[in-house]
Design a protein around this ligand. Structure first.
Ligand SMILES: *Cc1c(COP(=O)(O)O)cnc(C)c1O
Length: 351
C-alpha cells in the first residue's frame, strides 16, 4: 500500500508554509525576519517548529528514533491532522469502535468525515470481522484505542495483526494509557507497518496534561506529511522547555506509575466488596470502569459530596457504569468513605 496514494490530492500538492528560518540556520544571526519584539525575556522568539531538542529527549526516553516522531498540541491535534491528511470531507469515512474515546467522533464531525462505530464484543474484545466488514473503499482511517478508554482493556495482538493485514488505509493506534499496561507498545513494529500511526501523550502517565503534548510515532514518510500540514508553531516554547526537564523526572514518573497501578488493584478489591457495586472491569489503564446498581444516582450523590467521576452509563455496553480515575491513596480512600456512607443510608437497600 502506498501512503502517497491514500493522501488527499490537495495535501499531496501542498506547498507548505516556510519561514526564513527554514532556509537559514538561526544560531549567531541577527534575527530581523519574524517581526518579533527584539528585547530578550525568554519568550520573545518563535519556538522551533520541528521541536528538535524536545524530540531528542522524548525519543531517548522511549528508546526510539526522533526521526519517527511528530509532536502535537495534545494528541487531539494529531487525530485532527490525520483526518485532514487522508479524508476528503463529505466523501471519505473513518471506522472506530464503541465504546471508545469520544474525540474520534468529534474530530470526524468537525472535518465532515463520516464516522462508523463498530461494537466491541460483550467482554469488550475486538470483533475483527465486524470491523473489517464496516470498511469500504472510502474508509481511509481506522481508530483503535488500546488500552481502550473507557473500558480499560487491551486488545490482543493477534486481532490487531489481522486488522493491520486486511485494512487498506491508515491505522491510528491510540496508546494514551500504554504506560499503565503490561502489554507492549507497537512503536517497535513501525518498520514493518508503514500505514501505522501510534499515538501517545504526556497527559496521563507523564503528569503533563496542562502542557498539551501529544506524540505520533510513524514512518519517516508520514512524519514528512505531518510536518507539511501542521501549524508551524503548534508546540509552544514553554512546553518545549518543560520537555527538556523530562529526563530528570523520568524515574519519578516510573515510580508514580507503579504506585498508580498498585492503587488501581487495591481500589478494585475494595470496590468489589461494596453492595452497590455489580462489577469492576479489569483495567490496564489508570482508571476503573465500575458497574453500579444505580450509576446515575451514585454519580450524583458522589458529586454532591465533592467526588467527581465520569458517568459513562449512556455509552454503548456501559449501562450503569462510572469511570473512576485512580487518585492518590487519600483520594481513593475518600471515594471509598463516601461510597460506604451512601450504602449505609437507609434509603438505599441493595441486599
Ligand atoms: C486522555 C486521552 C488522550 C490524550 O489526549 P491529549 O490531547 O494528548 O491530552 C488521547 N487518547 C485517549 C484515548 C485518551 O483517553
Amino acid at each position: 500500500m502506498k501512503i502517497e496514494e491514500l493522501l488527499r490530492e490537495n495535501i499531496r500538492n501542498l506547498t507548505p508554509y516556510a519561514s526564513a528560518r527554514d532556509e537559514y540556520s538561526v544560531s549567531g544571526q541577527i534575527q530581523l525576519d519574524a517581526n518579533e519584539n527584539p528585547f530578550e525575556n525568554g519568550l520573545n522568539r518563535y519556538p522551533d517548529p520541528y521541536q528538535t531538542e524536545a524530540k531528542e529527549v522524548i525519543a531517548a526516553i522511549k528508546g526510539q528514533s526522533s526521526q519517527n516522531l511528530v509532536l502535537g498540541n495534545g494528541s487531539d491535534e494529531l487525530i485532527d491532522l490525520v483526518l485532514r491528511a487522508f479524508c476528503r470531507p463529505g466523501l471519505d469515512n473513518a471506522v472506530g469502535l464503541k465504546p471508545s474515546y469520544g474525540m474520534y467522533r468529534v474530530s470526524c464531525e468537525v472535518n465532515d468525515v463520516a464516522y462508523k462505530e463498530v461494537a466491541l464484543n460483550e467482554d469488550f474484545s475486538l470483533n475483527v470481522n465486524a470491523v473489517l466488514q464496516a470498511c469500504d473503499t472510502n474508509t481511509k482511517v481506522m481508530f483503535i484505542c488500546s488500552p481502550n478508554n473507557p473500558t480499560g482493556n487491551v486488545f490482543d495482538k493477534a486481532s490487531l495483526e489481522v486488522l493491520i493485514k486486511n485494512f487498506n488505509g491508515i491505522i491510528v493506534l491510540d496508546e494514551a494509557y500504554i504506560d499503565f499496561s503490561t502489554s507492549k507498545t507497537l512503536i517497535n513494529d513501525l518498520d514493518k507497518i508503514p500505514q501505522l500511526i501510534v499515538i501517545q501523550t504526556l497527559s496521563k502517565a507523564f503528569g503533563m496534561a496542562s502542557a498539551r503534548l501529544g506524540m505520533a510515532w510513524c514512518s519517516v514518510e508520514m512524519v514528512e506529511i505531518f510536518n507539511r500540514i501542521k501549524p508551524p508553531y503548534n508546540v509552544n516554547g514553554l512546553t518545549q522547555k518543560a520537555i527538556l526537564e523530562l529526563k530528570t523526572t523520568a524515574e519519578t514518573v516510573r515510580l508514580q506509575v507503579e504506585r498508580i497501578r498498585e492503587n488501581r488493584e487495591s481500589l478494585s478489591t475494595d470496590l468489589m466488596k461494596l453492595g452497590c457495586v455489580q462489577k469492576v472491569y479489569a483495567s490496564q489503564a489508570n482508571f476503573l470502569l465500575v458497574k453500579f446498581r444505580d450509576a446515575d444516582r451514585i454519580y450524583r450523590a458522589l458529586a454532591e459530596r465533592g467526588v467527581v467521576v465520569r458517568n459513562r452509563s449512556n455509552e454503548y455496553g456501559c449501562k450503569d457504569c462510572l469511570r473512576i480515575s485512580i487518585g492518590t491513596e487519600e483520594e481513593n480512600q475518600s471515594l471509598m468513605d463516601v461510597l460506604k456512607i451512601l450504602e449505609d443510608e437507609k434509603s438505599i437497600v441493595y441486599r
